[in-house]
Design a binder for this molecule. Sequence first.
Ligand code: TMP
Length: 308
Amino acid sequence: NLRQNRRIFYGGSNALMSLEAVVRNRESLEKKSAAIRSAGPSKLQVIADFDGTLTKYTVDGRRGQTSHGLLQQGNAEYDAKRQALYDYYHPLEYSPMIPLEEKTKLMEEWWEKTHGLLVEGGLTFDAIKKSVADATIAFRDGVIELFEFLEEKDVPVLIFSAGLADIIEEVFRQKLHRSFKNIKVVSNRMVFDDNDRLISFKGKTIHVLNKNEHALDMAAPVHDNLGDPNGSVNDYSLVKNRTNVLLLGDHIGDLGMSDGVEYENRISVGFLNGNTEESFGSYREAFDVVYLNDASMWGVIELASQLC
Ligand code: TMP
């Protein structure tokens, strides 16, 4: 029973610092859990954000890096140019003053310019490997066990990110030392030439504000992923028919990741990483379960084990 986990708190918002998890409505969560469990694992899929959701917000006292943030092109001029774009656009990403349509255009602009600089600056696959090796990035404790549990149950995991797929997959290789046949990364994917130099990006750019739009059309035709290209995760119809969703995110906007699924039941889990006091109320309203204080994945494993 979920209630047996003493660290999970049902209700109010006192003493946020000492809490690990808050459940908005216990009855509703237990009802959804029961419905998902009775439909069985063949109806379930997990949709997860990467940065700050699967990865820790703080690593050894330092702010963890994102898939974009960790990248060093091995070309100081281009690293500086990308940093200048970050300094300009990142505050706009979080500005509450800019209307959505305008912000969407700005985000498209940012992603296009950054991708352009990566190509122009001659990014190599070796630079990606080295950047990941040098990065301040770590998975939350329990992530590997969560993936193992879901793999055993044949539940697909769609990792959906506005970052860079090739870097996320390198983080998997270097930090988890294994791949999972049930995991698929849907993110911006690079095309390299025979000398392992980046020449372009595949398909439509995914940025922070259009993550919701193309979730499943993106999932369908991509074959270069961490798993088996012929495996069930690549079968759109199978993912589409999985009408129960466990969604993991760290921004309220991440709830849009399941927009492409006509789900029957969705349990949403939000990791509240920053601005805790200010954002707690809106996270508690938006997510079924909110994890605080850079929590581990053990609570999510417990939740997943209630579902299948
Ligand atoms: P996501 O990982 O939540 O999908 O979002 C990607 C983050 O990447 C977003 O917060 C902005 C950030 N970013 C950079 O740090 N550098 C960049 O060059 C770009 C385009 C995005």
